[in-house]
Design a protein around this ligand. Structure first.
Ligand code: IVH
Length: 671
């Protein structure tokens, strides 16, 4: 396609720039890419080719400038046209109520304003200056009055447009947060570890360290992201408030804004938005440390003005600290349902964000080694996902020299079978499916909500029955004897009779339920339903070849292999035979098409992409399912879209199946 005529080359170049700009916008701002990465790379490559041939055609807003130019000697100091202020902090609901009272007093008003609640990203603030639509400069916050010129570094961040989408004001100064998401941070540290470089302590340090590189080519290789949160100058622009500015102006101009932002009609809505974000913070792909609350109306903002270092119209509501330090007493290795060994830290109990923590997960062997923990260490711990606490790192400064290394086992701590570690996995496993620990976990799963949901037979009781050697394998559950049960400590005639009744009621489970209850690796309810639709009976599924399994839309190699391995194992076959012998007989679905979702109840939270809410609800009903609006007992599935509400966490805690819109479509045989 190359031409000898620069005029043609220029036209082609402009077309490529336009296309690349459009794709970057789809990807970074709309979160909806329309071409693959490799197609994008091809376009980019074409652009580089032309620029290489005609260097005079290179412009400062060309995407090729993102590669990073020559290293700087130092960062130039540049004054901000308008100082970059900080925010006051609120640590409780009362602080927030006080904030509103102060506003009302200051405005001498009796009606309360609307607010915007924005996730407070944990990165570093940056100012972007666009003249005639082109990014001409980027500054760090610095001391608030003067910042450092990091233009060359910022140009390498692909989420930051080098050109705005028209129409734009002649001069636009945008402020926002540069940050690294959790996945990017994890990968960067992984790479640094491999190269023997010092690891970054957290995503914020990694983002700051990456941006403040004199050599922009280093910044270019770092996974930095950006969300805009405000403007300081916009010549000739009239917008009524913060929310419209973010979504009707900045986003339209091509700047990424955070979709978790909420417009709130009153302070109660703000508290609800805060609670929602607090509940999902650990599920977000990036770290947030609170919620920034801003008065929405610009005219009110103007009347409120600023104090010395912060605006009166905004406040940062910080999340409670979820980190603490304590002593590492021991590390034990737990064997999970699939044989995976998880190192668990035994800690001197300590209060973390309101909960007493005495154990914390260390995820896997590799992580344990990477963190270089020693017995007796003082460790920093945090509650991740609001439930499972984890060890972040040892506080090496507190070492006394008496700390002892942790020795990893080479045999299963429960059944003494030698352990295995597959090349492409980080976890070490006990391969013995008859390992007592795996059997116990399998029993707990079988009876749990994710399994057959046998009422009255929770984890505690399963453990008791296993310890008393009353049950060993899944089929034993169906052979429980009433008198024996009733005689156990903590049991009586009544409870024994009730549990037996509950067990008996589960003897004819839907085939997919039984399949998910067996705890086969990678087979959850969604996959089980797919298999049920195709095979209808256990017998037919047992005979299916890997190839046949792979033909099913939604079943990948991993799942197919796992199933084949499960059915090939004589011991698991024996369990299935015994299940049949004790009278467990799964039922095939009644109406395979019309009733795909019968007996299931769905709750939708967050926004869906492919379907509207009402369409989705219609589909549930068409397929014989029910729609639920609260996390109740009968609820079976939660379909989580983007920016889900607090019901997601409630559902998670209640052990409900959480599925994506895509999974949902698969369930109803679409997609
Ligand atoms: S507004 C005058 N909005 O928090 C208003 N700041 O503690 C100043 N931050 O320096 C900032 N997310 O780096 C604002 N949605 C958001 C934010 C945010 C993160 C950071 C920013 C600022 C610091 C203040």
């Amino acid at each position: 396609m190359s031409s000898n005529y620069p005029a043609d080359a220029e036209m082609l170049l402009n077309e490529l720039k336009k296309q690349l700009g459009e794709h970057a916008y789809n990807y970074h701002v709309l979160d909806n890419p329309t071409i693959s990465d490799s197609e994008y790379d091809q376009l980019f490559h074409n652009l580089l080719q032309i620029e290489k041939e005609y260097p005079e055609l290179v412009t400062p807003d060309s995407p090729s400038r993102r590669i990073g130019g020559m290293p700087l000697d130092k960062f130039n100091q540049v004054a901000h046209r308008i100082p970059m202020l900080s925010l006051e902090n609120a640590f409780s609901d009362e602080d927030l109520i006080d904030f509103e009272s102060r506003l009302m007093r200051y405005l001498n008003s009796s009606s309360t304003p609307h607010y915007v609640a924005e996730p407070k990203l944990d990165g570093l603030a940056i100012e972007l200056i666009y003249r005639e639509g082109t990014l001409i400069r980027a500054l760090t916050r610095g001391d608030g009055r003067t910042g450092e010129d990091v233009s060359a570094q910022v140009r390498t961040i692909s989420a930051i447009p080098l050109r705005l989408r028209a129409p734009y004001p002649r001069l636009l100064e945008v402020r926002g947060e540069v940050f690294m998401d959790k996945e990017g941070f994890r990968r960067l540290n992984q790479l640094r570890e491999k190269n023997g470089e010092q690891l970054f302590a957290n995503p914020r340090n990694a983002a700051a360290g990456s941006l403040r590189q004199l050599d922009p080519r280093i910044t270019a290789g770092r996974p930095l992201r950006f969300f805009a949160f405000g403007i300081s100058t916009a010549e000739g622009l009239e917008i009524e408030g913060q929310y419209a500015m973010l979504f009707d102006f900045l986003k339209e101009r091509g700047l990424p804004v955070n979709d978790m932002t909420r417009l709130c009609k009153n302070i109660e809505d703000v508290v609800a938005a805060y609670d929602d974000l607090l509940a999902v913070r650990h599920n977000l792909p990036y770290e947030i440390d609170g919620v920034v609350v801003k008065v929405d109306s610009f005219s009110l903002q103007e009347r409120l003005g600023f104090k010395a270092r912060a605006p009166r119209w905004a406040i940062a509501c910080k999340f409670p600290a979820t980190q603490a330090t304590t002593k590492l007493l021991d590390v034990v290795f737990q064997v999970g349902r699939t044989g995976a060994l998880t190192p668990v830290a035994i800690l001197e109990p300590v209060n973390v964000g309101g909960a007493l923590v005495g154990r914390a997960t260390l995820h896997n062997q590799e992580e344990l080694e990477r963190k270089d923990l020693r017995l007796g260490d003082t460790v920093l711990i945090q509650r991740a996902g609001d439930v499972i606490p984890e060890v972040v790192k040892p506080i090496t400064e507190k070492r006394t020299g008496t700390e002892k290394p942790v020795t990893a086992p080479s045999i299963c701590p429960v059944c003494s079978h030698s352990l295995v570690k597959h090349e492409n996995e980080v976890v070490t496993r006990c391969p013995n499916t008859m390992c007592a620990a795996q059997k116990l976990r399998a029993l707990i799963h079988f009876s749990s909500k994710a399994g057959l949901d046998i009422e009255g037979l929770g984890k505690k009781y399963i453990e008791q029955l296993v310890n008393e050697k009353i049950i060993e394998d899944i089929p034993d559950i169906f052979l429980l004897d009433q008198d024996k049960l009733a005689a156990l400590p903590g049991w009586g005639e009544k409870s024994a009779a009730k549990v037996l009744e509950a067990i008996s009621a589960k003897k004819t489970p839907p085939f997919s339920k039984l399949l998910a209850a067996l705890g086969i690796r990678f087979i959850g309810e969604t996959t089980a339903t797919l298999l049920e639709q195709r095979f209808r009976t256990l017998g037919a599924l047992t005979e299916a070849s890997t190839e046949e399994l792979l033909q099913i839309e939604g079943i990948g190699l991993r799942t197919a292999q796992s199933l084949s391995a499960y059915f090939a194992d004589s011991r698991t076959r024996d369990i299935l035979k015994r299940l049949e012998a004790v009278g467990v007989s799964p039922t095939a679905p009644q109406r395979p098409v019309a009733g795909l979702l019968s007996g299931k109840s769905f709750l939708f939270t967050g926004s869906l992409e492919m379907l509207s809410r009402s369409e989705a609800k219609k589909r549930v009903k068409e397929n014989g399912g029910e729609v639920s609006t609260s996390v109740s007992k009968k609820l079976t599935h939660v379909v989580a879209g983007s920016s889900p509400g607090s019901k997601l966490q409630q559902a998670e805690q209640a052990g409900k199946a959480i599925i994506s819109e895509e999974d949902f479509l698969k369930l109803i045989g679409k997609n």
